[in-house]
Write a protein that binds this ligand. Sequence first.
Ligand code: AMP
Length: 286
Amino acid sequence: MNTTRSIAAVRTSVAKWRHARLSIGFVPTMGALHAGHMALIYRSKQTCDRTVVSVFVNPAQFGPKEDFSKYPRTWASDRDLCEDAGVDLIFAPTALAMYPDGFATSIKVGRAGELWEGVARPGHFDGVATVVAKLLNIVAPDTAIFGQKDLQQTVVIKRMVNDLNLPVRIAVAPTVREPGGLAMSSRNAYLDMLSRIHAQSIYSSLKWAEKQVRSGVTGVARLTKAMTGQIEAGKRFRVDYIGFCEPGSLEKTNAAKPPLAILIAAKCLVKGPAYGRRYIDNLIIR
Ligand code: AMP
C-alpha cells in the first residue's frame, strides 16, 4: 500500500492503473476509520480493481461553532486498517495543498444542501461538495462510494455530479450499526455507557415508524410525535428534526407512504464530551 500527501503522486499512480485498464474505486473519508468506513472500502475492493482512500479532515465543512481542531485524528490506526483491508493508495493531503493561499472558488449546492442538516449547519454541504469535487478531480475514479448514514450528503453529491457532468459513478453502501442498532460514528466514542444505550432509541424509533408505515399508518404528525417521545423519554437526547421525505430530493412529504426516507437528528443533552453533539440516522422505505 502506498501513502502520499502529494496530488501529483496520486495522479501518477492512477494514470498507471488507467493505462493498464484497471478500474478505480474511491472512498473519501475524514479518517478516524471504523467499521462503517471499512464497509465502503470493502465494497470498492469487491467492485473495482484498485482502491484509493482519502483521509482529510476538511476545514471547509466545519461551521464557526464546530470544533475542527478537536475532530479525532487517528492516523496510525487508519493506516493499519487500510493496509489490512488491501487498500492500494491512501491520499492524505495537507490543508494547504487542498486550499492554497488565494483559494476562492467553491460549489454552492442549492436546495438539497439547505434542508435538514443544512438548517443546523449552514454552508456545511457547500464545503462538502467543494472538497468532494476537488477529490474527484484529483483521483478521477470510476466509482466513488459513500455511506447511507449521511443520506443528505449522498443526495447533494449525486446532484453535483449530475449538474456538473462529472464522469464518475456514485455508489451508496448501507449504514453499518453497532449491535444495539446505533449507527457507527466516530462521535459515538463521546457517549457514556448509559447514553450509548439511550442513543439506540434513534434507530429503534425509525424501525418502529417503518412498521407503522408498512401497516398503513400515513400520519406524519402522529408518527413524528410518537418517535420524538421514544427518543426523548430518557431525557438524554433532544430531537432536532424528524423528517419524512421523498428519498431522491429529501423534500418533505405530507403522507408517510413509500417510497419514503425518514431522517433524524438528535442532540445529546448529557454534560460531558458528548454534550451538544448531534447524532443523525435515517431509513429508506421502498
Ligand atoms: P466521514 O469520515 O465521517 O466523513 O465519513 C466518510 C464516509 O463514510 C461517508 O461516505 C460516510 O457516509 C461513511 N460512513 C460513516 N459512518 C458510516 C456508517 N456507520 N455506515 C456506513 N457508512 C458510513
